[in-house]
Design a protein around this ligand. Structure first.
Ligand code: DX5
Ligand code: ZN
Length: 227
């Protein structure tokens, strides 16, 4: 049974107090910090770059930083994100002409490589890279913004990936991102996801610590049902 982990996405944090918000989410039980990088080209929004990762790394030295690059030509910036302190770096299949090369580039900079697929991309597009990735990130919204509604078709894709992993005896982890909240988290766990990214549900309303606790409770409750 894979370890279920909550991965708070700082996209919905208060950027004026990013370190404090991020620490609160980790102290409450979040285990990996999800960092959404948007360039205004691959997605219609702009967020942050390597200097912010570097500052977060100084403030929270031991955290795992899961950098989700929603950018064109990611090869140009992978070295800078690695240097800034990224732990995992994921790139979109749709953004990479030479996906195999890009994933090896990430690994060559000492980071764990991940691959991401948009809602309209089938899991079959990843057949040739599943052996070299640390994680596969299934987008359950169209990337670009926090607080969007969960696209239920992603559940079928998570199930398919879990099956492929079993049949082929592979080790990649399955991550889900977008619209993960109290009303959807049990379904994604039952489908086979284990790294559960949540932005709005953690940082949007109420106390960060309470939100993390409730989400983890709901996720772990679903694990029992799955077992
Ligand atoms: C969307 C980002 C997500 C985002 C998810 O483009 O990749 O990581 O923060 O936000 P919620 O959990 O609010 O849907
Ligand atoms: Zn993301």
């Amino acid at each position: 049974m894979p370890k279920i982990e909550l991965v708070p996405s700082i996209l919905s944090a208060n950027f004026a107090q990013l370190g404090t918000d991020a620490k609160a989410a980790l102290d409450a039980g979040g285990s990996v910090l999800h960092v959404d990088v948007m360039d205004g080209h691959f997605v219609p929004n702009i967020t942050l770059g390597p200097p912010v990762v570097q500052s977060l790394r100084k403030t929270i030295p031991d955290a795992i930083f899961d950098c989700h690059l929603m950018i064109e030509r990611p090869d140009d910036l992978i070295p800078a994100f690695a240097e800034a302190g990224a732990t995992w770096i994921s790139v979109h299949q749709e953004a990479c002409v030479h996906l195999d090369r890009t994933l090896h580039l990430i690994a060559s900079h000492g980071c764990e490589p991940g691959v991401v697929i948009n809602p309209a991309t089938p899991v079959e597009m990843l057949d040739e890279v599943l052996e070299i990735v640390h994680h596969v990130l299934v987008m359950s919204v169209n990337p670009g913004f926090g607080g969007q509604e969960f696209i239920r078709g992603s559940l079928r894709k998570i199930e398919a990936l879990a099956k492929i992993r079993e049949v082929r005896g592979l080790n990649f982890r399955i991550e889900v991102d977008g619209g993960v909240a109290l009303n959807t988290i049990a379904d994604v766990v039952r489908a086979g996801a284990e790294l559960l990214v949540a932005g709005n549900a953690v940082f949007g309303n109420g106390k960060i610590a309470d939100n993390v606790t409730k989400l983890l409770q709901a996720a772990k409750g679903a694990t029992v049902a799955r077992a």
